[in-house]
Write a protein that binds this ligand. Structure first.
Ligand SMILES: *[C@@H]1O[C@H](CO)[C@@H](O)[C@H](O)[C@H]1NC(C)=O
Ligand SMILES: *[C@@H]1O[C@H](CO)[C@@H](O)[C@H](O)[C@H]1NC(C)=O
Ligand SMILES: *[C@@H]1O[C@H](CO)[C@@H](O)[C@H](O)[C@H]1NC(C)=O
Ligand SMILES: *[C@@H]1O[C@H](CO)[C@@H](O)[C@H](O)[C@H]1NC(C)=O
Ligand SMILES: *[C@@H]1O[C@H](CO)[C@@H](O)[C@H](O)[C@H]1NC(C)=O
Ligand SMILES: *[C@@H]1O[C@H](CO)[C@@H](O)[C@H](O)[C@H]1NC(C)=O
Ligand SMILES: *[C@@H]1O[C@H](CO)[C@@H](O)[C@H](O)[C@H]1NC(C)=O
Ligand SMILES: *[C@@H]1O[C@H](CO)[C@@H](O)[C@H](O)[C@H]1NC(C)=O
Ligand SMILES: *[C@@H]1O[C@H](CO)[C@@H](O)[C@H](O)[C@H]1NC(C)=O
Ligand SMILES: *[C@@H]1O[C@H](CO)[C@@H](O)[C@H](O)[C@H]1NC(C)=O
Ligand SMILES: *[C@@H]1O[C@H](CO)[C@@H](O)[C@H](O)[C@H]1NC(C)=O
Ligand SMILES: *[C@@H]1O[C@H](CO)[C@@H](O)[C@H](O)[C@H]1NC(C)=O
Length: 712
């Protein structure tokens, strides 16, 4: 019982953890300093070194090639190469505990915790190792120890072997650069820290010749390829490696920037990366710099304007890179959209633009990137210009300027790492096509009948006393809502980039659909009043509420709901489908009022039917007004079911194709149903139609009149 509970809690934690954005700088399991051969818990020779003052960040301990941990029990005095050996008093945490604080004690003068304990942070990592955030010790001659007994070679796992030996089995071959600089390369390095190690070594270098830069870049990409092959798709590892590769590349390419008076450029092409660097100096005479070009992407930037903004030096430089293999690390899946089921595909190489050695990096104009599609554009897929915000791909500040089948132009208001991602619905394309055709036909039919019903309500001669205001307005709302929805969906790819328009449209759709329901509600209320009047046999059957009042009510309620929604959640409108955003429960601003109206209407109908029944027993059922009212109630009830139910079905469309088709048909045919119920099934209207028809086609007259029922 409790173990199931525990499992469930762990599962829940895992889910939460995996849903969280990959924030690397806070996960020490993938960003630690390797501490090779720390002081062993069994080493008796005491040295005079202190562990004070040299700790920064997180550490993982290695003895020989094996990952080890701190001792959890008191270490003998004068072992561990120190007079005050430190051990972890509270024991190690479990993986699911995350980062925890633990007391560290020093054994001295026979007391296992002689000095006040030091608080350090510890984390258990998935591959059966621990990382520690050591802090400065208060007592000199105290040192953190490694538990030699914690080496468990049977408990190593292939992956663990790779991780623990990432440094130890690497052969460090020194690379001597053309300027005589020595950089030791870890040729077999496969771990996450390998590129960091290189970055640390080149930290203080500002200028390197092109050949050195390209050699080092090759090394970085060879290493990253090994890592992406061996990381078995762990997103955290991929992302952290991707960031390291980006950092290293940007740093290396920035070393190509040299001071110039006028202008200069450098470019190179390697298997994994292409780059163009353009620099301008104070005496530049160009009006604009040429387009920066790589095989799969090009970039327009107002570098001259940026240089002019750099008052002191008057110079600026831009580095533009196109990474051919980066999509394996910074995957398109790391683009989070509200539609989790959609498939995301990288449509361009990952590109990166920086302004190295430029003090004032303020952009004077948006930068424009022309990205060549590296894959076929799928019809129905939508393309997004995205940038890497260090945790995921996002669209902030970028938009699609122009797109055709083979190129897309993106415009961004900041520099960073960019890519083009295509989002396609996960349903197979063939199905989609069928649905599209079905949708087109169904919506067109619905719209035609809806218009016919509207025309009939507006132009037919109705008996005095028939209040058509609610019905006409219901038709108007329904017609506009369906038409607008249809048009929005049809031109989605063009509208979506225009975020404001998309938001406004979804707000307007919200309003229109809501007013349909409000009008349905008004109709039920009118009917209720009518039936009530009937039972009291009071002859005030003329509408109690004036038309003008009704119109105000009918639209103001919807307007108020939309207004409040905008006020409370301003960015709730404009989802990927230009509809209300489903996340954060904002969809309830629509479903809430709808449910309330459906509930009230149900109650009204029950009361109407009850009072009709009781009137029936009192009245002579042959009274024609009574009969008419019964028909009216039946029709309004039918309409309520027809207009209300599709939305309830809509809840289940995610789960089944059949439901989706049913929803589509029912929803699009609402206008048709109204036409059927109020026009075709109404004698009066039918007669009117016949009259019109015969006016148009004289021959028809005698035949159809005969067929028409005799009732008036
Ligand atoms: C790794 O940790 C150090 C400090 O311990 C921090 O400065 C650095 O930014 C981290 N690296 C990444 C990639 O988050
Ligand atoms: C013990 O520690 C000293 C100083 O830290 C070191 O030189 C020596 O190699 C260590 N001995 C063993 C067996 O690890
Ligand atoms: C190594 O770990 C495994 C699994 O936890 C355990 O069964 C085994 O006894 C350990 N061996 C040693 C020498 O500690
Ligand atoms: C071995 O490594 C894999 C991948 O990192 C991990 O899922 C698995 O739990 C590890 N097995 C053991 C026994 O540590
Ligand atoms: C890794 O696993 C494979 C298959 O399970 C095995 O053949 C190989 O010897 C293992 N390697 C190490 C270093 O344990
Ligand atoms: C390191 O690489 C060299 C060749 O580049 C290879 O001979 C050696 O076996 C590799 N070492 C390991 C531990 O993979
Ligand atoms: C880079 O410079 C800083 C400060 O001058 C220094 O602390 C650091 O050790 C240097 N790094 C390398 C790799 O030389
Ligand atoms: C990178 O890998 C390629 C082939 O995989 C190899 O030809 C090249 O020498 C490697 N470069 C470096 C610097 O290791
Ligand atoms: C990585 O995997 C790709 C294909 O999955 C392969 O072509 C490439 O040679 C592998 N690279 C290394 C270094 O194993
Ligand atoms: C990018 O395109 C936009 C819109 O066409 C334009 O206003 C801007 O000047 C362009 N930027 C550059 C650097 O050409
Ligand atoms: C550059 O100089 C202009 C006037 O010459 C001044 O308005 C502007 O603020 C200066 N910009 C910077 C970044 O110093
Ligand atoms: C990246 O964007 C996501 C969502 O927009 C946000 O949650 C996250 O904090 C951002 N990360 C950074 C480093 O800005």
């Amino acid at each position: 019982m409790s173990s199931t509970l525990h499992k469930n809690v762990t599962m829940a934690l895992l889910i939460i953890v995996s849903v969280m954005p990959y924030n690397l700088s806070v996960d020490p399991c993938y960003n630690y300093t390797v501490l090779n051969d720390p002081r062993r818990s069994t080493n008796y020779s005491v040295d005079s070194l202190c562990d004070t003052g040299k700790w920064v960040g997180w550490y993982r301990l290695f003895l020989d090639v094996w990952s080890v941990r701190m001792p959890e029990t008191c270490v003998d005095e004068n072992k561990c190469g120190t007079t005050v050996p430190l051990w972890l008093r509270d024991g190690h945490p479990n993986v699911e505990d995350g980062v925890v604080s633990r007391n560290v004690c020093g054994h001295h003068l026979g007391n296992c915790c002689y000095f006040p304990p030091i608080l350090i942070r510890v984390k258990a990592c998935p591959d059966n190792y621990y990382v520690y955030e050591f802090v400065q010790t208060a007592v000199c001659n105290s040192a953190y120890c490694a538990d030699v007994d914690s080496i468990n070679k049977t408990y190593t796992n292939n992956t663990t072997v790779i991780t623990t030996t990432e440094f130890r089995s690497s052969t460090a071959t020194p690379m001597i650069t053309t300027t005589g600089l020595i950089i030791s390369l870890l040729t077999n390095c496969t771990g996450i820290s390998c590129i960091q190690n290189l970055l640390d070594q080149i930290e203080n270098i500002t200028v390197l010749p092109l050949t050195d830069v390209t050699n080092l870049l090759d090394l970085v990409f060879n290493t990253s390829e090994k890592i992406s092959n061996s990381s078995s798709g762990d997103p955290k590892k991929l992302v952290s490696e991707g960031i390291q590769v980006l950092k290293a590349s940007e740093k290396l390419v920035s070393m190509l920037v040299k001071p110039t008076n006028t202008f200069d450029n450098v470019s190179f092409i390697r298997d994994s990366v292409e780059a163009q660097v353009f620099m301008v100096g104070p005496q530049v005479t160009l009006n604009k710099i040429p387009q920066l070009d790589t095989t799969h992407a090009s970039m327009d930037i107002d570098l001259i304007g940026i240089a002019k903004n750099n008052n002191k030096t008057g110079s600026a430089a831009v580095a533009f890179m196109s990474f051919n293999t980066m999509e394996n690390l910074l995957k398109a899946e790391f683009f989070n959209t509200s539609d989790d089921t959609s498939v995301k595909t990288m449509m361009s190489t990952v590109i990166s633009a920086t302004l190295p050695k430029t003090t004032n990096r303020q952009l004077t104009k948006p930068v424009n990137f022309t990205l060549k599609h590296i894959r076929e554009l799928v019809s129905g897929g939508s393309v997004w210009c995205v940038y890497w915000n260090m945790t995921e791909w996002t669209v902030d500040g970028c938009c699609v300027l122009d797109t055709n089948s083979s190129y897309t132009v993106c415009s961004c208001v900041h520099l960073s790492t960019f890519a083009l991602i295509m989002q396609t619905s996960s349903t197979p394309a063939e199905d989609d096509h069928l649905m599209e055709v079905l949708n087109l036909v169904a919506v067109s039919v619905g719209l035609v009948f809806n218009s016919l019903a509207l025309l009939t309500f507006a132009f037919c001669r109705w008996k005095p006393g028939v209040n058509n205001v609610a019905r006409i307005n219901l038709c108007i709302s329904l017609l506009s809502a369906h038409l607008l929805f249809f048009l929005t969906q049809h031109f989605l790819t063009h509208i979506r980039p225009l975020q404001v328009l998309c938001g406004v449209l979804s707000g307007f759709l919200h309003f229109l659909f809501l007013s349909c329901f409000v009008w349905m509600f008004i109709e039920a209320v009118l009917l209720y009043i009518c039936v009530k009047n009937l039972s009291q046999i009071s002859s005030r059957q003329r509408a109690v509420l004036s038309s003008r009042f009704l119109i105000v009510i009918g639209y103001v309620i919807a307007l108020v709901v939309v207004g409040v929604s905008v006020g409370l959640v301003p960015d709730g409108y404009g989802s990927d489908e230009c509809w209300i955003k489903v996340e954060k429960g904002f969809i309830w601003s629509f479903l809430g009022p709808v449910c309330v109206i459906l509930a009230i209407n149900s109650i009204l109908f029950i009361r109407i039917i009850i009072s009709l029944n009781s009137t029936l027993t009192k009245l002579n059922p042959e009274v024609s007004r009574m009969k008419q009212t019964k028909i009216m109630v039946f029709k309004t009830l039918a309409q309520f079911v027809v207009l209300g139910c599709p939305w309830i079905l809509g809840f289940f469309t995610k789960d089944s194709k059949m439901m989706e088709i049913l929803f589509l048909i029912l929803n699009s045919q609402q206008g048709t149903f109204i036409f059927l119920i109020y026009c075709l099934l109404n004698n009066e209207v039918r007669q009117q139609y016949v009259k019109w028809m015969s006016a148009l086609v004289p021959g028809l007259k005698s035949k159809t009149i005969k067929g028409a029922p005799k009732k008036r």
